[in-house]
Design a protein around this ligand. Structure first.
Ligand SMILES: CNc1ccc(C(=O)O)c(C(=O)O)c1
Length: 374
């Protein structure tokens, strides 16, 4: 599943002896792009295409996922990189790799985890309503996902209401945080950080959508306790970060932010932070990764961490309509939410920024964030 796909390049990444394994590419391309993809796919008898329907204007098939079927199990990869050389060459990307999920033992129960990862993955793939995904739906059903410790946060194009209202976008994140997240006492006033590689039209003030809607969901806590909104920090490379990067100004090609949109929201730069990754030696590797987190005021601990394809946009996270009874989403997005409890801890410590059992991810940038200069 991806947005930009170079099929000959993708096939060439396989080890030679695996290069003809059957490959289904799920994309959202139309018109000339779709024709180009079909021409490339025809070069390989083992490559098939599945076109995701995009019924919401301006929506994209942004999801970046691989489902790998082995003789002894299946593995799910959710990541942020397009399947083109330049996305894997000199940028900072994020990849979550699942454990190997073994085949379900006969007569065993449905093989899901306490985070309902399998249920949510099936719900997401079913949303495509595509015959060519039926094979993968049955593969997933036949496997045991009980070791999955992350929550799936998906976006599917459409107007979601009723029983589906809280199934996608920022309302799904809010629902999971309300059920399994930190208590409001544990993270009172803890700031939220949004890091992304593209920005949509967010409105004339932060209150238009960013803090009134997105931050409300991001600052949800267990139980119904309502609390005052925490600070929201944004992270997106400034002009000099891009100019001084490994790719130079060319990195801007993967940091799309239209000048006309930027002119409508000059407030954005006043609350934005630079891209710094001295901790990983990746300050010069421009971010194409997208992450969202909630941290303690001293930035030493995290209440949760999300890796996703979703940029800072209403198209990706959804926009409430009809007095909050409906969520309008334009694009397909997919991400994973790490909460401490499934990993046997009550908080993630940034200091131990080397992945281990109770710290299953690396924070990809320096904290505290570095504000833009005037
Ligand atoms: C703003 N439109 C975008 C379209 C595609 C992509 C992608 O690379 O998949 C991105 C991005 O992730 O930066 C943004």
């Amino acid at each position: 599943f991806n947005f930009k796909i170079d099929i000959p390049w993708l096939v060439a990444q396989y080890p030679v002896h695996h290069r003809t394994k059957p490959l289904l590419v799920v994309h959202g391309s139309t018109r000339q792009e779709k024709a180009n993809l079909e021409r490339e796919a025809r070069l390989f008898t083992h490559v098939d295409l599945c076109q995701a329907k995009l019924e919401m204007i301006y929506g994209t098939h942004h999801t970046k996922m691989m489902i790998l079927s082995y003789v002894n199990g299946v593995r799910v990869i959710i990541h942020t990189a397009n399947l083109i050389h330049s996305d894997w060459h000199q940028k900072t990307q994020g990849v979550w790799m699942s454990p190997l999920f073994p085949p379900l033992a006969p007569q065993s129960r449905n093989g899901d985890s306490p985070t309902n990862f399998k249920r949510d993955l099936l719900q997401y793939i079913n949303a495509y309503k595509s015959q060519s995904l039926n094979e993968w739906i049955s593969i997933i059903k036949r496997h045991d996902f009980s070791t999955a410790k992350v929550f799936l946060i998906a976006s599917v194009p459409g107007r979601h209401s009723g029983a589906s209202l809280n199934e996608f976008g920022h309302l799904k994140l809010k629902k999971v945080l309300r059920q399994f997240g930190p208590s409001s006492d544990a993270c009172k006033q803890w700031p939220v950080l949004a890091q992304f590689s593209s920005i949509g039209s967010l409105g004339p003030t932060p209150e238009s959508w960013l803090s009134s809607e997105l931050l409300t969901s991001f600052s949800a806590t267990r139980g119904s306790g309502s609390q005052s909104k925490p600070r929201l920090h944004l992270m997106y490379p400034c002009r000099h970060d891009v100019r001084l990067s490994l790719e130079g100004y060319g990195a801007g090609g993967s940091l799309p932010y239209s000048i006309n949109t930027a002119k409508k929201q000059p407030w954005f730069r006043t609350i934005c932070n630079r891209w710094r990754s001295e901790c990983n030696g990746r300050t010069k590797a421009c971010p194409h990764i997208k992450t969202y987190l909630r941290a303690s005021p001293d930035w030493h601990n995290l209440a949760w961490f999300t890796l996703t394809s979703a940029n800072l946009s209403k198209a990706a996270w959804g926009m409430l309509e009809k007095q909050g009874s409906q969520l309008m989403v334009r694009s397909y997005e997919l991400g994973v939410l790490f909460l401490p409890q499934p990993f046997g801890t009550d908080v993630f410590q940034v200091a131990s920024n080397s992945p281990d059992a109770s710290h299953p991810f690396m924070v990809p940038y320096d904290l505290p964030p570095l504000p833009y200069e005037s």
